[in-house]
Design a protein around this ligand. Sequence first.
Ligand SMILES: Nc1nc2c(ncn2[C@@H]2O[C@H](COP(=O)(O)OP(=O)(O)OP(=O)(O)O)[C@@H](O)[C@H]2O)c(=O)[nH]1
Length: 406
Amino acid sequence: MSTRKTRKPREYQNRRLDALAAPPEAGHELFVGLSSLGDTLSRRHHSRDFAFAHSRYLRSRVLAVGLIFSLLSPLWIVVDALALPAELLKYTLVGRVGLMLGLLTVLLLAFTSGERVRRVRFSAGMLLALPAAFYLFVLVVLPDPQVQRLVGYGFIPFLLVASLSVFPFTLLESLFAGLLLLGLLGFSQVIDGSWMTGRGMEALWLLSSLLMVSLAANHFQLSLLLRLYRQATHDPLTGLFNRGALEIHLAKIQAWQRETEGPGRTGNIPCSLLLLDLDHFKRVNDSYGHSVGDTVLQQFAELLVGQTRRHDCVARYGGEEFVVLLVGSGQARAMEVAERIRYAVESFEFADHEGRRIPVTTSIGVTPLLEDEPTLAALRRADEALFQAKRDGRNQVAAVEVTTHG
Ligand SMILES: Nc1nc2c(ncn2[C@@H]2O[C@H](COP(=O)(O)OP(=O)(O)OP(=O)(O)O)[C@@H](O)[C@H]2O)c(=O)[nH]1
């Protein structure tokens, strides 16, 4: 174990809090709904961590809807056989075989995608694109007048637009898919001669209305998902990751460390854990009141976020204990960062509600996060180091190092 304390702070990069939807303010429901439009419009504001939760949710929908499509599509061959003459049946059969193979590939892709976000999103897109492509294929290959004889094909764009509402797509994603399906409906009308007729316009209007309903469903589904995710993973007082989310995040970082091992890869990426505890915090509560204590915790959290980089992780471990995960920082660098944080806290002007200064200091335990150890073992080591810093008089940085193998 080693302890050290220097006075000089170092430069640091700023970082914003996790860019997730803020918890909705109490108030008019419509306002609450509209205020989260920015979060459901695109994935721009979603954190990387939410992207994993989102893709797990999307994957379960792809599997369910993919299974329904795969079961319904071959059943329609019976309707085709009853409605179409034998010479036309070959066109729809070829299309259906292609559709079935495509749907099975999508199911396999989604099933094996695990947490690969892009693969899940690709399979969701393909799930909607395949029936549309099948319809387009039939429209193009079938001899012109025969298109009128198709039964149950005209509703494919309607079915697909309605299906959009089942998925937690962003508004822009659904709008893009919806416009393509409107185009497909328009094309089918040109082929069957109903374009710009009363019947054709009625169908276009119906599809547009369905699209609006699906967009509303997407918005409410995604904003609810964001809110629930935030409540489950974030501390409401500071907005930081809570303990459960931290432990999951640590395990993910370790998996990523293992993946980047080996020839041709980035190589071993050192990570370090900082466990921070506010010194004599009970006195702050006792002297200034619990609400001032809360404000101090919030300011402390902001300070930690400001002192770390975007890809580092700051979490509230519980009470007045916080954890910082430094990605790509070995022990020496982690000690420098911990010392900089300790100094920043000591110099920061924490104040009560009347603006009176509250002296606040923090003790910090530092330890490496090894790629192949249980996360709790690393946290326990950080706790040992923190205990050492407290024992050495508080307002200290202490480290517990480990001998890495190899
Ligand atoms: N205001 C406020 N206080 C909290 C919160 N969570 C924990 N605390 C308080 O944090 C204090 C922790 O006290 P102790 O565990 O005795 O530790 P300490 O006073 O910081 O002393 P050392 O850790 O030994 O330096 C308790 O008074 C808790 O009530 C919170 O969310 N808000």
